[in-house]
Design a protein around this ligand. Structure first.
Ligand SMILES: Nc1ncnc2c1ncn2[C@@H]1O[C@H](COP(=O)(O)OP(=O)(O)OP(=O)(O)O)[C@@H](O)[C@H]1O
Ligand SMILES: [Mg+2]
Length: 283
């Protein structure tokens, strides 16, 4: 893949130099400080703080309507903020030129909660949308790159010429992920990527995300309600509540947390069977 990619290799993204995931001294790829976002009198996020480290999968959870999607959209500058700072790859968005902003945007991939693909475009054309927006490449090179992404996300080559209406839910998620990866981003935002998938399809998608983290050094910000994902692939978890990040840490930290919502979420009826299965596997 590296041979055909026209952009210079990034000197800061090689796997060998990468610090351990989330460990002390790991590079902070996204840093949100004192972020406040609201709509009219409805303050959704109030002085929220969150760091994401390079090469980790961060699972972001919280009750419905607490602002998980709002945070993601604000970080992507699709929603305005009242105050606070957002640094991506060490750079404050507001302080860079238009050109530098485009370069930053190219290093981010997104899979939105709703409306994952353009229905009037084939899978191949969907994947090429970001390429057309940001790069000036000949068509045959874009076709080649799109085919690489299709393969990377585990879709059959025939999927390239299909329209979204001809795909299963799982295939649509994979195609949307391929589009999010179109520009070889450093950081991808996934908003509930496994919702609507059956448990086996969801587990396969989780494995794919983990594989991309391990092979590409991808950093993943994943909003999810899927306890299986949280237990199986997330390196760290952050819980949104009371308009801020209530707790963050490993799954073990979540299991010993005293907060009532966190307790019932991670140690409730549904979670307990996963913990039990995990114990069985471990023993
Ligand atoms: N564009 C908007 N205009 C006004 N209010 C909005 C807008 N977008 C979101 N909100 C409000 O912000 C709050 C948080 O919404 P958000 O979509 O972020 O929730 P969520 O945590 O992603 O929920 P879910 O788990 O159901 O996806 C809600 O009260 C919602 O009504
Ligand atoms: Mg949401």
């Amino acid at each position: 893949m590296e041979e055909v990619w026209p952009v210079e290799p990034r000197d800061d993204a090689t796997m060998d130099e990468k610090e351990p995931r989330g460990g002390d001294g790991a590079e902070i790829i996204l840093s949100v400080k004192d972020l406040t976002v609201g709509f009219g009198s409805n303050i959704v996020l109030d002085k929220l703080n969150l760091d994401i480290y390079r090469g980790e999968i961060l699972g972001f959870v919280g009750a419905s309507g607490t602002g998980k999607s709002v945070l993601m959209r604000t970080v992507l500058r699709l929603l305005p903020r009242r105050s606070g700072s957002i640094k991506i790859l060490g750079v404050e968005y507001d302080e860079v030129s238009e050109e530098e902003r485009m370069e930053l945007d190219m290093r981010l991939g997104v899979l939105f909660q709703h409306g994952a693909l353009f229905s009037s475009l084939t899978v191949m054309e969907n994947i090429q949308v970001p390429m057309r927006e940001y790069l000036n490449l000949p068509q045959d090179l874009m076709d080649e790159l799109a085919r690489l992404k299709i393969d990377m996300v585990g879709l059959a080559p025939e999927a390239a010429d299909k329209f979204p209406s001809e795909l299963s839910g799982g295939m649509i998620k994979r195609a949307a992920l391929a589009r999010a990866l179109a520009l070889d981003p450093d950081l991808v935002f996934l908003d509930e990527p496994t919702s609507g998938l059956d448990p086996i399809g969801a587990a396969e998608f989780d494995n794919l995300i983990a594989k991309l983290r391990d092979t590409l050094g991808l950093t993943v910000y994943m909003v999810t309600h899927d306890l299986d994902s949280l237990f199986s692939v997330c390196d760290r978890i952050a819980v949104l509540g009371q308009k801020r990040v209530l707790v963050e840490g490993t799954i073990e930290d979540m299991l010993t947390c005293d907060d009532d919502w966190v307790k019932s979420y991670f140690r409730g009826k549904r979670a307990r069977s996963i913990v039990r299965d995990g114990d069985k596997k471990a023993s």
